[in-house]
Design a protein around this ligand. Structure first.
Ligand SMILES: [Fe+2]
Length: 255
C-alpha cells in the first residue's frame, strides 16, 4: 500500500472505523452540520478527538515515512440529497505553487460509505506531482479526465489517505433522499518547511493540543503553531507577485 501511495497518491482503508465510532461520529457531524451559527468542526468534542485517533495516525506516520508532521485542519459535512458537486481542484497549501518537496495529506472518512448516490469522488492518480494553482483546474468542472477514476463504492467507516496535491472533484449524483453521506476530512503537513496557517491564529492548535494532552497524548508537536506562517496574508499577497520569484531568494539577492 505504501508503494502504491508513493506512486498513485492515495490509499483506501475499507471498514476502518468500528460501528460504535461510526455512530458517535455520525451524530457529531449531524449536530455540527445543523448548528447555527456554524462553528469550526474541531470545536466539537468527538470530531476534534478524531485528529489524534491513534489508528488513523499510525497510518499517517507510515505515509510520512516516520518524519514528524503537524495537523492543519479538520472539516465535517453532511451531504444531503441534491448537494452540489465540486469542480476539479487540489488542496496542497503553498504560495505560490511551485513544488511538492514535503508531503501534505488529507484523510477522508466516509462514515456511511459511498454508494453512487449524492456525490462520487473523482481522482487523477499521479496528478499530485504537478504543482498547479488549484483554480487553474476549475474550468474542467467534473468531467472525466485522462486517467481519472471514480470512487463510488466504499463501505461505511472507510478511510482514504490522499496526497493533498492530487487533483480531485465531487460529481453530484441523483438519489440518496433520506440517506445523507456523512463526511469528515482532516489534513496533516510533513515537518521541515513552514506551512500556511489554516486561519489567522484563532487558537485552534492550542485548543486541540490542550485537549490532546488531557487525553494522555504524548506528541504535542502534532499541534504546533511554530510550523506555520500567516496563510491568509500569503493568499492575499501572492496575487501581487511579479516575474520570477526565485530572484527574490537571498542567494540571488547577494550575487
Ligand atoms: Fe478538496
Amino acid at each position: 500500500m505504501l508503494d502504491s501511495f508513493q506512486e498513485q497518491g492515495y490509499a483506501v482503508f475499507p471498514d476502518f472505523l468500528g460501528k460504535e465510532e461510526i455512530d458517535t461520529l455520525k451524530a457529531a457531524v449531524d449536530a455540527h452540520a445543523s448548528a447555527r451559527p456554524q462553528r469550526n468542526a474541531y470545536e466539537n468534542e468527538q470530531i476534534g478527538e478524531l485528529t489524534w485517533h491513534s489508528r488513523a495516525l499510525e497510518q499517517v506516520d507510515k505515509v510520512m515515512g516516520g518524519e514528524r508532521y503537524v495537523f492543519h485542519h479538520i472539516h465535517a459535512a453532511r451531504h444531503d440529497a441534491g448537494t452540489r458537486g465540486v469542480a476539479w481542484h487540489q488542496d496542497y497549501e503553498q504560495y505560490p505553487q511551485t513544488n511538492r518537496a514535503h508531503l501534505m495529506v488529507h484523510v477522508f472518512f466516509y462514515l456511511n460509505g459511498l454508494n453512487g448516490t449524492i456525490g462520487d469522488l473523482l481522482l487523477v492518480p499521479g496528478s499530485q506531482r504537478f504543482a498547479v494553482e488549484s483554480n487553474a483546474l476549475t474550468f474542467l468542472g467534473d468531467s472525466d479526465l485522462p486517467g481519472s477514476i471514480t470512487v463510488d463504492d466504499v463501505s461505511p467507516g472507510s478511510m482514504l489517505i490522499v496526497h493533498s496535491g492530487m487533483w480531485h472533484a465531487r460529481r453530484a449524483k441523483p438519489g440518496g433522499e433520506g440517506s445523507p453521506r456523512f463526511f469528515i476530512d482532516m489534513s496533516f503537513c510533513q515537518s521541515g518547511v513552514k506551512w500556511p496557517s489554516y486561519g489567522r491564529g484563532d487558537g485552534m492548535l492550542a485548543d486541540l493540543r490542550a485537549r490532546y494532552e488531557a487525553d494522555g497524548g504524548t506528541r504535542p508537536w502534532l499541534f504546533d503553531e511554530e510550523q506555520f506562517f500567516d496563510g491568509p496574508r500569503a493568499r492575499k499577497e501572492s496575487k501581487d507577485l511579479q516575474g520570477s520569484v526565485i530572484l527574490d531568494l537571498p542567494q540571488w539577492q547577494n550575487s
